[in-house]
Write a protein of this length. Structure first.
Length: 209
């Protein structure tokens, strides 16, 4: 047999690859497991690289609220202050906004101040967010992100700091969750746990020195 007679055999489709199939259920399970593992690693890295102040004197700051009034943190000595960094484009911020507003309504007459600091946001979008959720506690923009980045070293939003009557940071966390949500850890806390922290600080303030 000469080469010309063998050519059809060389071009025969017997070595063509088998048709490809979609991923099997097992493959999807494996991918899901890898994704969960990556999330766990990410949370661990966040904890290790955390640079936010979690104790000591809270960095002082002054903002002009969207109502045009100045808000100075140091002027709040004697009150428990909840400082929440947020943005209108932040989905978790939308989830916690009603919780923080209710917290403000429940504690505003008991020596507790809630203040929102809008991070890297457009003022008109921030104001629309405030109107949408009926937020009445003071809020203002962090112009130039000086407070967020230089003073509190936040890595994203939301982030919240609870400051005692002497101006010391007593608790830091990323997000407030409903009491029906996941359990507390050092990054995500239920609103009931936030209330417990505030109640404890108020009780400390009532204790004679």
């Amino acid at each position: 047999m000469n080469d010309s007679e063998r050519l059809p055999d060389l071009l025969a489709p017997e070595d063509e690859p088998a048709p490809t199939r979609g991923l099997s259920i097992g493959s999807w399970v494996l991918i899901g497991g890898v994704a969960v593992f990556a999330l766990v690693i990410l949370v661990a890295l966040l904890r290790q690289s955390q640079t936010q102040p979690t104790s000591g004197q809270a960095p002082d700051f002054t903002i002009t609220t969207f109502d045009g009034a100045p808000f100075n943190l140091a002027a709040q000595r004697g009150n428990v202050v909840v400082v929440n960094f947020w943005a209108s484009w932040c989905a978790p911020c939308r989830d916690e906004a009603p919780l923080l507003e209710q917290l403000w309504q429940d504690y505003r007459d008991r020596g507790v101040v809630v203040v929102g600091v809008a991070y890297s946001d457009v003022d008109s979008n921030s104001q629309a967010f405030i109107r949408e959720f009926g937020i009445t506690y003071p809020n203002g923009p962090d112009t130039g992100t000086r407070i967020s980045k230089n003073d509190y070293h936040i890595i994203g939003v939301p982030e919240t700091f609870i400051i005692d009557q002497q101006g010391n940071i007593r608790r830091f966390f990323f997000q407030v969750l409903p009491d029906t949500g996941r359990g507390d850890d050092d990054l995500f806390v239920r609103i009931g746990s936030v209330r417990a922290t505030i109640d404890a600080l108020l009780a400390e303030g009532e204790t004679p020195s």
